[in-house]
Design a protein around this ligand. Structure first.
Ligand code: ADP
Length: 231
């Protein structure tokens, strides 16, 4: 079963730049996909269209049965509830503890306190941070902060986890720790993961499927892909 379907998707920004040309791809439930390409190749634009931060100018996008491009603004929450997002710069609340940062994602959807506690602790355990629940973000390393962001992204049990350069600010060792966490989540929860990256080592080590973009065009979509030097 496919979780995601794109058909003839084009994104042209108002300034005339076409960031994605005629892209058609399907991604299965439970798959782990890298989106690679040089700076400006359209990786972020593709991710943004999947969570409806941007709308395509042509084509169709289906995520978990939702017609994303046509979704009314007041229905976007239905899409957002199906997914979690992780950014390069963590985006944690600086004055909230690790626990509070993750719990916040559940409070906003009105979950009960005891359910919140159970799920927050489980998510923090999965990312290996159960011993730091009372710390503040500035008391954590970059890798730890990103793991909090991942816990926050998965705490509501999304079907899809979108990651935009999640290791972009981390050294190779910390980056591999993040990859281990993402791989565990993919395997144990069956969460579909899409990760934009330009980290060659990571892509070559993980042996996942790879979408290669160049100047907005799909150049390759390969199972067990490697970093395509064309980018
Ligand atoms: P990547 O994530 O691979 O670096 P992006 O998707 O950010 O690529 O950008 C693809 C192209 O679209 C680039 O030429 C970029 O300048 C352009 N672009 C991205 N966002 C916008 C925007 N909001 N308005 C206009 N052009 C944009």
């Amino acid at each position: 079963m496919d979780l995601i379907n794109l058909k003839n998707v084009e994104k042209k920004y108002k300034n005339g730049v076409t960031a994605i040309y005629d892209l058609s791809i399907s991604l299965k439930k439970g798959s782990f996909t890298f989106v690679i390409g040089g700076s400006g190749s359209g990786k972020s634009t593709l991710i943004k269209m999947l969570y409806r931060e941007e709308k395509p100018t042509k084509g169709q996008i289906n995520v978990g049965g939702l017609n994303v491009a046509k979704l009314r603004n007041k229905k976007v929450y239905k899409l957002r509830r199906k997914l979690g997002i992780v950014f390069q710069d963590y985006r944690l609340l600086p004055k909230q503890t690790v626990y509070e940062n993750v719990a916040f994602a559940m409070e906003v959807i009105g979950a009960k306190k005891d359910v919140i506690r159970k799920k927050v602790l489980r998510a923090l355990e999965e990312v290996g941070l159960k011993n730091k629940i009372h710390n503040y973000p500035d008391q954590l390393s970059g890798g730890e902060q990103q793991r909090v962001a991942i816990a926050r992204a998965i705490v509501n049990d999304p079907k899809l986890l979108l990651c935009d350069e999640p290791t972009g600010n981390l050294d190779p060792e910390r980056s591999m720790e993040i990859m281990k966490v993402l791989e565990d989540i993919n395997k144990s929860r069956g969460t579909t993961i899409i990760m934009a990256t330009h980290d060659k080592d990571i892509v070559n080590r993980m042996k996942k499927q790879v979408i290669t973009l160049k100047d907005g065009h799909l150049v390759e979509f390969k199972k067990k892909g490697v970093y395509n030097e064309i980018v």
